[in-house]
Ligand binder design. Structure first.
Ligand SMILES: [Zn+2]
Length: 56
């Protein structure tokens, strides 16, 4: 799992199009909400789906 850029904790969110990762707490402090952020988990699932499709 990626690490938070600020506190080094487990990151749940990524800024779209960047390699900046943040945990939920830091993301909320920085951005007030998490609308601009992608859930890391969702991206990982998308990637896994893509890989699965390539194999099939
Ligand atoms: Zn953090």
């Amino acid at each position: 799992m990626p690490k938070c850029n600020i506190c080094d904790g487990p990151a749940e969110y990524q800024i779209k199009g960047t390699n900046n990762y943040y945990c939920k707490k830091c993301a909320k402090e920085l951005f007030n909400d998490t609308k601009l952020l992608l859930k890391v988990e969702q991206e990982a699932k998308k990637l896994q789906k893509f890989i699965d499709e390539q194999v099939l």
